[in-house]
Design a protein around this ligand. Structure first.
Ligand SMILES: Cc1cc2nc3c(=O)[nH]c(=O)nc-3n(C[C@H](O)[C@H](O)[C@H](O)COP(=O)(O)OP(=O)(O)OC[C@H]3O[C@@H](n4cnc5c(N)ncnc54)[C@H](O)[C@@H]3O)c2cc1C
Length: 170
């Protein structure tokens, strides 16, 4: 293996390592990604790819989640890899009367935090997701939420093409 001089070595080719490499490369920093298995071999390749907002704790967690959704939208437009980002809105399904009561308060609280969360009754929820169980009493929905395909996402370091650096496995 030829010896190279790098500014930064990043260990782990999941979404976090790939993102660090990508953003370093955009700033002109030479970064080498070391991955012992394959890209997305860990949690990143096994996750649901949901870009969620409504269930984050108020404060810093919500602020980061809002920023993440915006970053995802920007990245989907700038990467050479298609991450299949769809902002179709998310649903939190309600299955009991107690949950319905709690989620009514929850949705009102989220709106006070500035997050667009609506409470849906069973018919409205089923209109958005016809496959919901017959036991569903309702749902909360947040139109800012979306989903990506998590498998190509860690390949985002290649999205910079001219700046992206090849990974090294082993
Ligand atoms: C079932 C499931 C569903 C999930 N659903 C969602 C979801 O819908 N939305 C969401 O936002 N999050 C979800 N998550 C969480 C999300 O997947 C993780 O937070 C995220 O993938 C973590 O990324 P990472 O890069 O830190 O870790 P990883 O993806 O685990 O990457 C770490 C990488 O480091 C490599 N590595 C480790 N040690 C070394 C070493 N010594 N040398 C070289 N390489 C090494 C591993 O092989 C691995 O590829 C889910 C997680 C799981 C398990």
């Amino acid at each position: 293996m030829p010896v190279r001089s790098e500014d930064v070595i990043v260990i782990g080719g999941g979404v976090i390592g790939a993102s660090i490499c990508y953003h370093l490369a955009r700033k002109g920093v030479r970064a080498l990604l070391l991955e012992r298995g394959g890209l997305a071999a860990g949690s990143s390749g096994a996750c649901d790819g949901l870009v969620l907002l409504q269930l984050k704790k108020p404060g810093i967690h919500t602020a980061i989640a809002v920023e993440s959704v915006e970053a995802m939208k920007r990245l989907a437009g700038e990467l050479a890899v298609d991450v299949e980002f769809r902002r179709a809105g998310g649903l939190v399904v309600i299955g009991s009367a107690a949950e319905y009561e709690a989620m009514t308060r929850f949705a009102a609280g989220r709106r006070l935090d500035g997050i667009d969360v609506s409470l849906l009754d069973a018919a409205q929820a089923r209109e958005l997701e016809p496959c919901l169980s017959g036991d569903t009493l309702g749902a909360t929905t947040c139109p800012l939420e979306g989903q990506v395909n998590p498998i190509p996402y860690p390949c985002l370091r290649n999205g910079s093409s001219s700046n992206g650096r090849p990974d090294r496995s082993g």
